[in-house]
Design a protein around this ligand. Structure first.
Ligand code: GLA
Length: 728
């Protein structure tokens, strides 16, 4: 088992294949963090030093010992009110607002298998090779108990964390802050890597030096957000793709979050992740509890590439569920960029004919099929088919598509309501809005109060009826604004609404998962505004961005790859010039870039020339050939699209027998240096045959120097190499 407890030293050791994590219960019963890093044989308790330091106070039970201060000690779950003035993981107040909370060790248990969290997504382990540690801490004066959960997934070098905060006393408590993971480092020079963005340009990478200050990123939007992804990496200064130590955290949660890092007065570093404090003031009556959702942590001592693989494999093997976990995803044609909301039944049948003719697997009917939705000002909340627009029933259309042996997908935005809808007219209180105040609109729409069971039920009934009656194979689950007016008509305490909202969302998705086990759900939030491990537990793929421009996508998919597998990233080919940014890019390059995710098209093939259609058929054949490699292979970032003149990436099978590398030229100039694309992950001292030219190449040269690109290439020109290991 990956977890042990040494009674004598009261030390816990959590072991994965390549990493160790150690915790100690100290002489004053505080839970001290000892170590997280490369595999360790032996104890790390000698790392803890204590000094008498000014303005770093001492808990009463330390007696005369002025060297014992929680302001300086590395801790597992620091709280407000102990004299540790760094960022706390937990702030709980009593009825009078008193902040003193001091947690000490009470008991622990170690059990086989991976824990689950009630009502929340969490990594699972079907094979039961993992282990769980639960350490219970208490503050008797406050009447508070906290269970710290640790899950150990040995093969992917992951330690997960979560916490259950329980009112074990008589009075009422309020949780003002509840993070899930806290990592304290006693020394070291680090960089922080975060993933920021905006609508249409998600997950840009940023690497900054940790100096003596607190750096916080997060989301107050009620969703994980386009602006910052709940993923962060702390890397040693000299860490690169291939070498060096790095620690990553990602949140298995889709609501607001905070990731905070702090280099303190003694040059120690704290790294934390958990629920956003914004909007959180969660009341706990006697016996009630709040769960701080799961954070997946991983450490790699061989660079960022390995850390990304640890995350990607964990998402693939322990987060994504159901038959689509391992099934190759259908090549889809989505109606959005083809027609937007301007369609009828005939146009959609035409789209299905084209999809079939080109070799695709599924037609997805996007926004505009319900209520009387002519534009985005109306009908959200009225999930019944607009038959007049379709010129018949949805069932007829679905049957038409199914008869062609294509799957049928449908768009929903279940969490939203338009003021112009039957639902809103009947139940204005179903929307989150503050009494006496006009709500803030986003895309004309309001957010439904998913913290209320009856609202979740009302929408579930409508949505599940459409899915069931029409034999829908795929749902695109959209979410197109941020939450602003936090007021639930039924809640006595508004500080719990944002948290309970996400529980409502997860409950809905779980019911969908139970009732329609074969349904493929693609997450979406104006593209990638809710691209997180929480959603991936219910939706095996997520539309990566509303931006379908292939060149911007190189950056978006690059950033996303630090935490998520390629098979989770929805990526489609759209028209050129691109409808979002006007850039012109060849069909070949657009296809190649989309092939690094779950593939599809987002255009009207009826407007293509015969020559283009022939090319699309060829690209689809190629994609189908490559799909298993994209699904199961290892992903390689070969260059950084934000800085390199050529963006290159690749997939290599686990046994290195097959590889696919691709490159896009980002800039050209006259008489420029020859560009080489340097491959990685091949079997050393062997030979590989390239499919397109039939030539055989020595793997060592491909990895040491690379493949030369043609001298006179063009901007956004693309190249690819499909390699097979051969005997020569
Ligand atoms: C969002 C999605 C798009 C599309 C539209 C429909 O912006 O990200 O893909 O579905 O909504 O309104």
């Amino acid at each position: 088992m990956g977890i042990t407890f040494d009674e004598k030293s009261r030390r816990f050791a959590l072991e994965t294949e390549n990493t160790s994590y150690q915790i100690m219960v100290d002489k004053h019963n505080r839970l001290i963090h000892l170590y997280y890093g490369p595999k360790l044989h032996g104890a790390a308790d000698y790392l803890i030093t204590c000094q008498d330091r000014g303005f770093s106070a001492n808990p009463y039970d330390a007696g005369e010992d002025r060297t014992y201060s929680l302001d300086a000690l590395p801790q597992e779950y620091p709280t407000t009110g102990t004299g540790d003035f760094r960022s706390p993981a937990l702030t709980v107040v009593d009825e009078q607002g008193v902040m003193g909370c001091d947690l000490t060790y009470q008991k622990h248990k170690i059990v086989a298998g991976k824990y689950a969290l009630k009502g929340l997504p969490a990594a699972y382990d079907k094979e039961n090779t993992s282990a769980t540690l639960v350490i219970t801490l208490e503050d008797q004066v406050l009447g508070l108990e906290v269970d710290l959960y640790y899950g150990v997934l040995e093969k992917t070098d992951v330690v997960t964390r979560a916490a259950v905060i329980r009112n074990a006393g008589e009075g009422c408590l309020r949780v003002e802050k509840a993070l899930s993971a806290n990592l304290d480092f006693v020394s070291g020079e680090y960089d922080l890597i975060t993933f920021h963005g905006r609508h249409g340009m998600e997950r840009n990478t940023d690497r900054q030096r940790m100096i003596n200050r607190e750096i916080r990123v997060g989301s107050r939007r009620g969703a994980s957000s386009h602006q910052y992804n709940p993923l962060a990496v702390l890397a040693e200064r000299d860490t690169t793709e291939m070498a060096g130590g790095c620690w990553g955290m990602q949140f298995v949660y889709s609501g607001g979050f905070v990731c905070s890092t702090e280099k303190d007065q003694y040059d120690q570093v704290r790294f934390q992740m958990g629920l956003a404090e914004y909007g959180l003031s969660y009341p706990l009556e006697k016996g009630e509890e709040l769960i701080a959702p799961e954070v997946i942590m991983s450490y790699s001592n061989s660079g960022l590439r390995q850390l990304s693989w640890n995350f990607a494999d964990t998402i693939k093997e322990h987060v994504i569920r159901g038959p689509w976990q391992t099934k190759i995803r259908p090549v889809l044609l989505n109606s959005w960029e083809a027609f937007y909301m301007d369609f009828d039944g005939e146009k959609l049948r035409g789209l299905a004919d084209e999809a079939k003719d080109l070799g695709m697997d599924m037609l997805v009917l996007d926004d505009g099929w319900f209520g009387h939705r002519e534009d985005d000002s109306t009908s959200l909340g009225d999930w019944f088919v607009w038959e007049e627009k379709l010129g018949g029933s949805l069932r007829d259309l679905v049957d038409y598509v199914h008869e062609k042996d294509l799957l049928f997908g449908l768009w929903f935005e279940p969490e939203m309501v338009s003021e112009d809808s039957l639902l809103y007219r009947k139940h204005p209180d179903y929307a989150l809005q503050i009494p006496g105040k006009k709500p803030v609109r986003g895309r004309y729409q309001l957010v439904l109060d998913f913290s209320r069971q009856e609202v979740v039920d009302a929408i579930y009934e409508q949505v599940s009826k459409v899915i069931e009656e029409n034999d829908i194979d795929y749902v695109k689950w959209d979410y197109n604004r941020s939450i602003i007016d936090v007021y639930s008509a039924e809640s006595a305490c508004q500080g719990k609404v944002l948290y309970d909202y996400i529980l409502g969302l997860y409950q809905f998705l779980e019911r969908l998962h139970d009732q329609f086990p074969n349904l493929l759900v693609e997450g979406c939030s104006g593209g990638g505004g809710r691209f997180d491990a929480g959603m991936l537990y219910y939706t095996p793929q997520i539309w990566c961005s509303d931006n379908t421009d292939a060149i911007d996508r190189l950056k978006i998919q690059y950033g996303t790859s630090f935490g998520y597998p390629a098979m989770s990233m929805g990526a489609h080919v759209s028209v050129s010039p691109n409808e979002q940014c006007g850039r012109e890019v060849s069909l070949q390059t657009r296809s190649l870039v989309a092939m690094a995710g779950t593939y599809g098209y987002e255009l009207d093939p009826g407007k293509m020339t015969e020559e283009e259609k022939a090319q699309v058929r060829g690209e689809i054949t190629r994609q189908k050939q490559l799909a298993p490699l994209v699904m199961d292979g290892r992903y390689y970032r070969l260059s950084d699209p934000f800085t390199a003149p050529v963006t290159a990436w690749g997939f290599v099978s686990r046994d290195a027998g097959e590889a696919f590398f691709a490159a896009v030229v980002m800039e050209v100039s006259c008489n420029m240096p020859t560009r080489y694309v340097r491959f990685a992950g091949l079997e050393p001292h062997r030979f590989y045959r390239n499919e397109s030219d039939g030539k055989v190449y020595a793997s060592d040269a491909l990895m040491a120097v690379g493949m030369p690109l043609p001298f006179k290439t063009g901007e956004y020109q693309s190249y690819s190499w499909h390699l097979e290991l051969c005997g020569e």
